[in-house]
Write a protein that binds this ligand. Structure first.
Ligand code: NAP
Length: 273
C-alpha cells in the first residue's frame, strides 16, 4: 500500500525539461545564517538542476543585515540571467520575513512565497504556488479523485497547511486544518478520507488514528539515528492504508515541482514561449 512517488517526480521533471526548450535556466538560492538543513536542501537542488542541464547559484550569507538581503534580491530581480529566486526559511531574527517575501519579483518567485502569488492562490488563480503543497496535490491527483473528499491537514504554516487547504478548495475537496491547539485530533483523523501530516515529529501519526483504506501523505522530514524518517508510523499504517514513503515521497516530488516552477517563471518572464 505504498504510494510510489519517484515515477511521478520523473514525469514532472521530464515535462519541465521539454518545455524549457534547451534554455539553460538559472535558479538563485539564498541561504542566510547557519541553518544546516537549508544549506543541504539548497545543495541538493543545485545538484538536481545541473543533472537536468540547468544551473544555479547558492548565495550563502552567514551574517547579513536585512538591507544586504533586500539589496541582493533587488539585484537578482533586475538581472535577466536570473530566472528563479528562492529564499530559504527560517531566516535569522534580525531579518523581517515579510519584507523579504515582498521584495521577490512575483515572476521569479519559484517557491510561491510572495504576497502577490499567495493572494492569487487565495483568489483561486494558481500561478507560482509553493512547491510542497503542490507536490502533495500532484501525488493525490495521481491516486484519487479529490472532489468531495474530506482532507485532514495537520499543519497550519504558510509553507504547507495554509496553501494546501486553498489548493484543495480549488479542487472541490473539503479541507480541515489542525494544529498544536486542536482538540480531539484523533477523532478528526479517523473520519478523514485523506490525512496529510507535517508536524516534524517521528511516529506522530499512529495506525489507530486513520481508518482502513485512508490515504496518508507524510510530509515530515526527521533524522533519527542518522536515517531520514517521516511523521507517520509507516510500517503499521502501510498494512491498512495507502501511504507515501520517506525518503522518496513528498520531498522527491517537491524537488521536481521546484524545477517545474523555474520553467513556469521563465515563461512568465518571456524567456521561453
Ligand atoms: P513547523 O513550522 O514546525 O510546523 C509544524 C506544524 O505542526 C505547526 O502547524 C504546528 O502547530 C503543528 N503541530 C505541532 N505539534 C502538533 C501537535 N501535537 N498536534 C497537532 N499539530 C501539531 O514545520 P514546517 O516547516 O511546517 O514543516 C513541518 C514538517 O514538514 C517538518 O518535518 C519539515 O521538515 C517537513 N517539510 C517537508 C517538506 C518536503 O518537501 N517534504 C517541505 C517543508 C517542510 P502550531 O502552528 O500550533 O505550532
Amino acid at each position: 500500500m505504498i504510494i510510489q512517488c519517484k515515477s511521478l517526480a520523473k514525469e514532472i521533471r521530464e515535462k519541465a525539461k521539454r518545455e524549457a526548450r534547451g534554455e539553460k535556466l538559472m535558479l538563485h538560492n539564498i541561504v542566510v545564517g547557519e541553518d544546516e538543513s537549508s544549506l543541504v536542501y539548497a545543495k541538493s537542488n543545485l545538484k538536481l538542476l545541473r543533472k537536468m542541464g540547468f544551473d544555479g547559484v547558492i548565495h550563502h550569507l552567514k551574517y547579513a543585515t536585512e538591507k544586504q538581503v533586500l539589496e541582493l534580491i533587488e539585484n537578482l530581480n533586475s538581472d535577466p540571467n536570473v530566472h528563479g529566486i528562492m529564499v530559504n526559511f527560517p531566516l535569522p531574527r534580525n531579518i523581517d520575513a515579510m519584507k523579504v517575501r515582498e521584495a521577490i519579483s512575483p515572476v521569479k518567485d519559484v517557491d510561491g512565497i510572495s504576497p502577490v502569488n499567495y493572494g492569487k492562490l487565495l483568489l483561486g488563480k494558481e500561478v507560482l504556488t509553493p512547491n510542497t503543497p503542490r507536490a502533495v496535490i500532484r501525488i493525490l491527483e495521481n491516486v484519487t479523485e479529490l472532489r468531495g473528499k474530506d482532507v485532514l491537514i495537520i499543519n497550519r504554516t504558510p509553507v504547507v497547511g495554509k496553501p494546501l487547504s486553498l489548493m484543495l478548495l480549488n479542487r472541490d475537496a473539503t479541507p480541515t486544518i489542525t494544529h498544536s491547539k486542536t482538540r480531539n485530533l484523533e477523532e478528526k483523523t479517523k473520519n478523514a478520507d485523506i490525512v496529510v501530516v507535517a508536524v516534524g515529529r517521528p511516529g506522530f501519526l499512529k495506525a489507530h488514528m486513520v481508518h482502513d483504506d485512508a490515504i496518508v501523505i507524510d510530509v515530515g522530514i526527521n533524522v533519527v539515528d542518522g536515517k531520514i524518517v517521516g511523521d507517520a508510523d509507516f510500517e503499521a499504517i502501510e498494512r491498512k492504508a495507502k501511504i507515501t514513503p520517506v525518503p522518496g515521497g513528498v520531498g522527491t516530488v517537491t524537488n521536481a515541482c521546484l524545477i517545474e516552477n523555474l520553467v513556469k517563471a521563465a515563461k512568465l518572464q518571456g524567456v521561453i514561449p
